[in-house]
Design a protein around this ligand. Structure first.
Ligand SMILES: NC(=O)C1=CN([C@@H]2O[C@H](COP(=O)(O)OP(=O)(O)OC[C@H]3O[C@@H](n4cnc5c(N)ncnc54)[C@H](OP(=O)(O)O)[C@@H]3O)[C@@H](O)[C@H]2O)C=CC1
Ligand SMILES: O=C(O)[C@H](O)CS(=O)(=O)O
Length: 477
């Protein structure tokens, strides 16, 4: 791997900066230490905010074309270094190398998208209702953006937030997850190489996440917070952002229903479930979390599903053909084992897996639980692991109500051929995103985001840049 991309110091004001202390980053597969990274203090975060604020004064006055060209250089450097970035990502996060490569290109697709969207931030001229006065609508970048990202997509979540921010003319201070800071620092190294001016992008790794969040939300210089992570942390940040009336974009937890109706193509539904459920070993906010299968198909579905699950290869993400790898940390492993045990203690049946791999202690076997019921914790909590919870159903009306019976509202999925039923599902499922006959719905051209306690704002698509712009109305007589 290109050692130039392995950075251990913070990136503040265009400089690589040490801190008074460091924290270790380990490989989730074997817990081997791979780096010791600068553990930034609140003072250093404040320095980064000051730097971003100074840089904003000039960056916000560059032309959209200049920003677009620099973003494109960043995009090109990322795609040119995709293999090395993927290897770094797998080492620090654990996911299979093929998935890590996919994440790098997925993240880069957002940067490419916003090189184009940067050129389409237009205002309006509105005919005045009041004599000859002219109504002009202008759009301006909001300012310094505080960005806090999770460990499950350590590169793509940064690309998905930083690219619209920079395209709009904003500057950013990024606090990556402590489990996975290396991908963020590598992205900063390539932004530096691309010629993105000092202070526009700052990365401040820190294990003092709560204090860093407080520093970002309490600073009047920070005009927006963009966060992807758990709902409890999202709620804290929303509350804290009120102090300075900051804009927020929140991509929070999910609890996706995956509904297989009696007219579904079983093979397609099993393929869609495998793709949705086992990506990143189940550690995504859009994974199928509750799998409702019509009783008429239940037994046949289980047979098809079991065949595919039993074929999944477990191991080190760097090894060829591996599909199921280590969960991010012991906390994540214990949470999934707790949910499995509570379900089986309450009557669920294990059809496959059900425990940690005998060979690799940090890997949980791909698991199928049958006869799961709505009262179980595995139904109400975001599993974040390779566990399929199967719930049989018989009635269309009941199933939509059951699917909506959660405080989350991010992704939802259904397999059916019935056009009337599809229209009803799109209308009545209370989610930001609905996948019909597909288990994969994330791409840079579609608005990614949720409703209810899954957050607010949208990332990607023609809507994504609006979160980083303010509208100014000028009335000219
Ligand atoms: N919707 C999504 O995409 C994601 C959902 N989740 C859900 O969250 C659960 C826990 O995962 P976890 O990684 O702990 O998610 P967290 O929400 O705890 O962490 C996400 C990010 O927020 C930071 N953070 C944590 N606490 C605070 C705080 N008080 N103020 C400011 N920033 C904070 C973390 O920093 P640090 O790393 O230093 O703790 C990390 O950078 C998962 O099991 C899953 O259910 C998790 C990740 C992504
Ligand atoms: O946080 C996540 O889980 C990601 O947003 C999911 S996706 O965008 O990579 O599908």
């Amino acid at each position: 791997m290109n050692k130039e991309l392995l950075k251990e110091r913070a990136y503040i004001d265009g400089q690589w900066v040490s801190a008074d202390k460091t924290f270790d980053v380990d490989n989730p597969f074997d817990n081997g230490i791979i780096a010791s990274v600068a553990d930034c203090s609140v003072e250093q975060v404040e320095q980064a905010i000051d730097s971003a604020n100074t840089a904003f004064k000039s960056w916000s006055k560059t032309t959209a074309k200049e920003r677009s060209n620099l973003l494109h250089k960043w995009y090109s450097l990322i795609t040119d270094n995709a293999d090395d970035l993927a290897e770094l990502l797998t080492i620090e996060q654990g996911k299979p190398l093929e998935e890590a490569k996919g994440e790098i290109l997925y993240g880069a697709s957002y940067i490419k998208w916003f090189t184009e969207e940067a050129l389409r931030v237009n205002g309006d001229l509105i005919p005045s209702p009041d004599g000859d006065k002219q109504i002009e609508i202008h759009k301006f970048p909001v300012g310094v953006v505080g960005i806090i990202t999770p460990w499950n997509f350590p590169q793509a979540m940064i690309a998905r937030k930083v690219s619209p921010a920079l395209a709009a003319g904003c500057t950013v201070v990024i606090k990556p997850a402590s489990e996975t800071p290396l991908s963020a620092l590598a992205m900063a190294a390539l932004a530096d190489q691309a010629g993105i001016p000092k202070g526009v992008v700052n990365v401040v790794p820190s294990t003092s996440s709560s204090e860093v969040g407080q520093a970002l939300t309490s600073s009047p210089l920070v005009r927006k917070i963009s966060f992807t992570g758990s709902t409890p942390v999202g709620k804290k940040l929303i509350a804290q952002s009120a102090e300075n009336v900051q804009k927020v974009t929140m991509e929070l937890g999910g609890n996706a229903p995956f509904i297989v109706f009696d007219d579904a193509d079983i093979n397609a539904a099993v393929d869609g479930l495998m793709a949705s459920k086992f990506r990143n070993s189940g550690q995504t906010c859009v994974c199928a979390n509750r799998v409702f299968v019509h009783e008429n198909l239940y037994q046949e579905f289980i047979k098809h599903l079991g065949n595919q699950v039993n074929d999944l290869k477990l191991g080190n993400g760097l090894s060829k053909g591996v599909k199921i790898t280590a969960l991010i940390n012991q906390k994540g492993i214990e949470k999934v084992l707790r949910l499995i045990k509570q379900a089986t203690d309450s009557g669920a049946e294990i059809l496959a897996g059900g425990s940690q791999s005998k060979e690799f202690k940090n890997i949980i076997q791909p698991t199928i639980l049958s006869n799961v019921t709505q009262d179980m914790d595995i139904v109400s909590e975001e599993i974040f692991g390779p566990v399929i919870a199967l719930i049989p159903f018989s009635d269309d009306d009941e199933i939509i109500e059951a699917a909506n019976n959660t405080s989350a509202g991010l992704a939802s999925y259904a397999y059916t051929q019935d056009r009337k039923r599809i229209k009803r599902l799109v209308r009545d499922l209370e989610y930001g995103m609905v996948g019909i006959n597909t288990g994969m719905l994330s791409n840079e051209m579609a608005p990614f985001g949720g409703v209810k306690e899954s957050g607010m704002g949208r990332e990607g698509s023609k809507y994504g840049i609006s979160d980083y712009l303010d509208i100014k109305y000028a009335c000219i007589d």
